[in-house]
Ligand binder design. Structure first.
Ligand code: FES
Length: 126
């Protein structure tokens, strides 16, 4: 995977992450397990989270990259319909009450989207 100047990891070109459109998944190691993160665009900004519902720790998307519900205002878990605020990850309704998606640091640079590993969400070993 291509790397930026620091430990940032390339996810994809910016143009692949469209406003309110499909999210782009990427592989991570989360708390020592293989997992996926995802990035979406909302209000012009990119936001990334661990792809793990706060209700039951399973992936949110019912079809690959489908994270937004039909209004485009919330991210939705396909399993029991928990909805999350796209720019904070906080639960806005459903069985995730009081929960939050785990944010992943993400940024755009030179037309690409990169995520940055932290203490618990790491890049998979090459
Ligand atoms: S697993 Fe996501 S709402 Fe239940």
């Amino acid at each position: 995977m291509a790397e930026a100047s620091d430990s940032a990891q390339l996810i994809c070109p910016s143009e692949q992450v469209l406003e309110g459109g499909k999210g782009v998944r990427f592989a991570v190691s989360a708390f020592g397990d293989k997992a996926t993160g995802f990035v979406v665009r909302y209000g012009g900004q990119v936001y990334a989270y661990l792809n793990r519902c706060a209700h039951v720790p399973i992936e949110l998307d019912w079809a690959e990259g489908e994270f937004f519900e039909s209004s485009g205002l919330y991210l939705m878990c396909a399993t029991h319909g928990a909805i999350y605020v796209p720019d904070s990850g906080f639960c806005a309704g459903g069985p995730c009450k009081g929960g939050r998606l785990r944010p992943i640091q993400v940024r755009e640079e030179h037309g690409n989207v990169y995520w940055t590993p932290d203490e618990f969400i790491k890049a998979l070993a090459q």
